[in-house]
Design a protein around this ligand. Structure first.
Ligand SMILES: Cc1cc2nc3c(=O)[nH]c(=O)nc-3n(C[C@H](O)[C@H](O)[C@H](O)COP(=O)(O)OP(=O)(O)OC[C@H]3O[C@@H](n4cnc5c(N)ncnc54)[C@H](O)[C@@H]3O)c2cc1C
Length: 409
């Protein structure tokens, strides 16, 4: 087996790895990118693309967000959120652009990951990226001057040596395992289920993404995200420490919500599931995992970068890919791949999540009763509605006007 030598190797071509590759290509930096899957491939997810995703895509190329995505039938535009609180009451937060609005964009897009990840991967530039799909890395070890990877691809075994390794291989990361960091901290991890459905009743014409906080089930939510062709992504998740503490059976709760919950069950009475419920974990950013060190950077779920209050990790993963590309460029210029070169990487990735991490800690600290009470009071409050309308303009301005800045390079 021939040894292949490269400077930069990315393991994983999900949103975080593909974004890293795309920004490296923009800088003219050659690299290898491997993924065990062959695209298009499914990924268990809610399929909601927030404004962080738009911001990164716009920075890559404004035509992606001004034309391509909105013309693509695999994407639906969502103009807001519908919250159901424990008392069964629903409140809509709908963004309605005014005449002359500089950003008359929806605030979410929803697209099956089967399509979104394929959309991204198709943009990978062969001039700079040697992208190999169907290549499973099964062993990662540190060497004197970098890393050695053992992998299995369609044409047989591969022996790859690189100076800089980018762990973009998601929640079950082989890179994290090699670093001895794969352990799960249940306080900062969520268990989730997803099931695609067709024909869910009463979806909002503006494709609101719906979130329901069921009674007596703290730090958990049930969601319905509308998809093209009358389909919907339906799911449920709860913080893992609470699953363990309350000995909850997620599948049972999910089934009950669908079959007998007074708020949700009527919506599913005449709908059809398109698959069995499938489970996956969510590594929350509140863990503050060390995301860089000698010869490596972690991006996306491998770095535990999911927003702990919403469960959104696509946008934060893509932002980390953008930030990683800047530090990779720095390392190649300096010809230095030591931890000191990446000293400020973690700060640059986490500073965008600080507020959400603080809020999550606060929420985890209150009693379930107070949590239920707070949500019941807050969601329908007109002040909250008013603040949403005011803030959404700012979020859109950031997404569509402000370049992502990286300090400490
Ligand atoms: C039920 C659920 C709902 C969610 N809902 C949302 C949502 O609505 N919006 C949102 O923003 N986020 C959501 N998330 C989180 C989101 O799915 C993740 O944060 C996101 O996928 C992270 O992207 P990533 O590129 O880091 O990892 P991934 O998308 O997991 O990609 C990792 C890639 O690495 C490859 N890989 C893994 N191991 C190897 C290996 N050994 N060798 C080679 N390749 C390998 C995989 O094939 C995969 O393609 C949800 C998660 C779950 C579980």
């Amino acid at each position: 087996m021939a040894i292949e030598k490269v400077d930069v190797c990315i393991i994983g071509a999900g949103p975080a790895g593909a974004t890293t590759s795309l920004f490296l290509a923009k800088k003219g930096i050659s690299h290898l990118i491997l993924d065990a899957a062959v695209f298009p491939r499914d990924k268990i997810c809610g399929d909601g693309l927030d404004l962080k995703v738009m911001r990164v895509l716009r920075q890559l190329d404004p035509t992606f967000t001004e034309e391509e995505l909105f013309e693509n039938e695999a994407f639906v535009s969502s103009w807001g959120t519908r919250f159901f609180t424990q008392n069964g009451r629903s409140t809509d937060f709908i963004y309605t652009p005014k005449l002359g609005d500089p950003h008359p964009h929806p605030i979410f897009l929803v697209s099956k990951r089967l399509h979104f990840d394929h959309y991204l991967v198709k943009k990978i530039k062969p001039a700079f990226a040697d992208f190999r799909s169907g290549v499973m890395v099964h062993k990662v070890e540190k060497t004197a001057d970098g890393w050695r990877l053992e992998a299995q691809g369609p044409a047989g075994a591969l022996d790859i040596h690189c100076k800089l390794l980018i762990g973009a291989d998601g929640d079950h990361s082989v890179v994290l395992r090699a670093l001895g960091e794969r352990g799960i901290d249940r306080q900062h991890y969520a268990g989730t289920l997803r099931q695609y459905w067709k024909g869910v009743a009463d979806l909002h014409p503006k494709n609101l993404i719906e979130v329901y906080f069921p009674k007596n089930l703290p730090m958990s939510y049930f969601y319905i995200f509308p998809l093209p062709d009358g389909e919907a992504n339906v799911g449920y998740g709860m913080v893992s420490s609470l699953i363990a503490k309350g000995k909850y059976n997620l599948r049972k709760i999910f089934q009950q919500l669908l079959e007998s919950d007074p708020v949700m069950a009527p919506r599913f009475a005449n709908a059809a599931p398109l698959e069995q419920p499938v489970g996956w974990g969510i590594p929350l950013a509140s863990l503050r995992r060390k995301a860089s060190g000698d010869g490596y950077l972690l991006v996306g779920d491998a770095a535990s970068l999911v927003c702990p209050t919403s469960g959104e990790g696509i946008g934060t993963g893509m932002i980390s890919g953008f930030v990683a590309a800047q530090f990779i460029e720095k390392a190649l210029k300096l010809k230095r791949f030591d931890a000191q070169t990446f000293e400020h990487y973690d700060r640059e990735v986490y500073r965008r999540l600080e507020g959400e991490i603080r809020l999550y800690r606060l929420m985890m600290g209150v009693s379930p009763r107070l949590y239920d009470f707070g949500l019941n009071i807050l969601a329908p409050n007109p002040v909250f509605q008013w603040s949403f309308q005011r803030r959404v303009g700012g979020w859109l301005k950031t997404a569509f006007e402000k370049p992502i800045e990286v300090n400490g390079l």
